[in-house]
Design a binder for this molecule. Structure first.
Ligand SMILES: Cc1cc2nc3c(=O)[nH]c(=O)nc-3n(C[C@H](O)[C@H](O)[C@H](O)COP(=O)(O)OP(=O)(O)OC[C@H]3O[C@@H](n4cnc5c(N)ncnc54)[C@H](O)[C@@H]3O)c2cc1C
Length: 449
């Protein structure tokens, strides 16, 4: 659909992570006026605050793309503004000033926990806290993290590997063991990410873990030996070991409880041993009842995230709920928000990216999902008459004032320029201010000059 630009369809994209930015680009290219509201001052979401800092090429490439999207004439950036029931502005206030539809791309940044006894002990972290810390996300940048000698990571995906890489880069001498719920044939990390820590892998220990898992997988799931080939290949490319860290993998274990010492610090963790079973089409990890306790002075949960229930949309299984009967499915997928309590569509609300499927895939997948979601939203717009209520700026001026400084694209340009200059002065590949106050001070200073 190509919309006549004079007619001003006005759409709010909520969240300027990869999904929000690519959705905005898709809509803007079709002539829609898009306002990108973003809770953070900076755009990029987890591309700014999640992706490991040494993936410089990827981060720079994404940043360059995001800058091009934000420069589109019909994309309007409103940073430092959160939307939703517990936000600075509510959707109804946006509707009142002429917004006709919304794409919710607020991601999934709330920590998942398993609700186990001992999760509140000192030395227990969620992987998000660590990733946000090393990526200088405001509120996390100055977090005091303390890692011990025996680190247990729950989860066996790419984020787990990032966390091991971080510990390695800190030159921390410790043993890190990552525990997977399922078998060695089903690990989810990719060979490139494995390379970053392959030189720390205790291959003998991994081979033993694979061997120990074999009777419990009994031909169910992928080939358990494939992981050994993957490790060898990654090690070949990674070179020699340059850290005191020893990295091990363990399989078919589900955490049951954490045990603390007299000072309230984690000292051990108990796992239940699983076996793999086939149930129809599905392969499931089923507890055998056998328990095993291992020492652990640091436990890191790398088990994904969920959407923010404070936004005010119905949540199920960590995602905002979409209708099973979409009016505008794209490739059979529903992008339309659904309120199961009212049994109705929330007609003007669409959702995509990690807000639709929490912790699912990498940036490329979030992009694809957002573009499909934007297609669904465009089909919805075709059913509406465009509102011609003046310019976007006039609509934004009619919004209730909040006490927060709204950050526009020109402010971001100032901020980026100052951060780039600082990086140059300090001889760093990148520099990031650690707090919103520091960023806003730079922006304010420039706007007064
Ligand atoms: C630790 C970690 C490492 C990763 N590493 C990689 C990697 O190496 N390569 C890769 O391709 N992918 C990686 N990913 C995955 C990638 O980051 C995600 O696929 C992608 O960021 C999801 O995009 P999104 O826009 O849906 O959500 P997000 O990136 O989470 O963006 C959400 C945006 O919404 C905003 N927001 C939230 N609430 C509100 C609100 N109420 N109002 C307004 N705005 C709001 C936030 O400020 C944020 O800007 C990683 C993820 C994590 C967690």
């Amino acid at each position: 659909m190509t919309v006549d630009p004079e007619k001003h369809y006005l759409v709010g994209v909520i969240g300027a992570g990869p999904a929000g930015l690519y959705a905005a680009q898709h809509l803007a290219r079709k002539g829609v006026q898009v306002v990108l509201f973003n809770r953070d001052i900076k755009p990029g979401g987890l591309a700014e605050y999640g992706i490991f800092p040494d993936k410089i090429k990827m981060r720079d490439g994404l940043k360059a793309q995001f800058k091009r999207i934000l420069a589109l004439p019909n994309v309007h950036y409103q940073g430092n503004v959160s939307i939703g029931q517990s936000g600075d502005l509510q959707l109804d206030q946006l509707r009142k000033v002429g917004f006709q539809a919304f794409m919710i791309t607020t991601g999934a940044q709330q920590n998942n926990w398993l609700g186990l006894p001992g999760e509140d002990l000192a030395g227990v972290y969620h992987a998000n806290e660590i990733a946000f810390h090393y990526n200088h996300m405001p509120e996390y940048a100055d977090l005091a993290l303390e890692f011990g000698q025996q680190v247990v990571v729950i989860g066996a995906g790419n984020v787990m590997l990032d966390i091991v890489n971080y510990l390695k880069c800190e030159q921390h001498a410790c043993v890190v063991t990552a525990y997977a719920r399922r078998g060695p044939g089903e690990v989810k990390f990719d060979p490139q990410t494995l390379e970053s820590v392959a030189n720390c892998l205790d291959v003998k220990a991994v081979e033993e873990a694979v061997k120990a898992a074999q009777p419990l997988v009994a031909g169910v799931g992928g080939d358990p030996r494939a992981i050994c080939a993957l490790i060898k290949q990654a090690q070949h490319r990674a070179g020699g070991c340059d850290s005191g860290l020893r990295f091990r993998l363990a399989f078919l274990r589900s955490p049951k409880r954490l045990i603390g010492d007299s000072k309230g610090r984690a000292k051990a963790i108990t796992f239940e041993v699983n076996e793999l079973v086939r149930e129809g089409e599905l392969i499931r990890a089923r507890g055998t009842g056998a328990l095993e306790t291992v020492p652990a002075d640091t436990v890191i949960f790398s088990i994904g995230s969920q959407v923010d229930p404070g936004f005010g949309l119905p949540v199920s299984a960590g995602n905002y709920v979409t209708t099973p009967y979409p009016r505008f499915p794209v490739h059979g997928i529903s992008y339309e928000v659904y309120n199961p309590d009212l049994c109705s569509h929330c007609e003007d609300l669409f959702v995509s990216g990690w807000a639709r499927l929490a912790s699912e895939g990498i940036v490329g997948l979030a992009r694809k999902d957002a573009e499909r979601g934007a297609q669904a939203l465009l089909h919805y717009l075709e059913t509406l008459v465009p509102t011609a209520t003046g310019t976007v700026d006039q609509a934004l001026l009619r919004l209730p004032k909040t006490d927060k400084r709204v950050v526009a694209l020109s402010d971001l340009e100032t901020l980026w320029a100052v951060e780039e200059k600082k990086a140059e002065e300090l001889g760093l590949w990148a520099f990031k201010f650690k707090t919103n106050q520091e960023m806003l001070a730079v922006i304010e200073k420039a706007s007064k000059a």
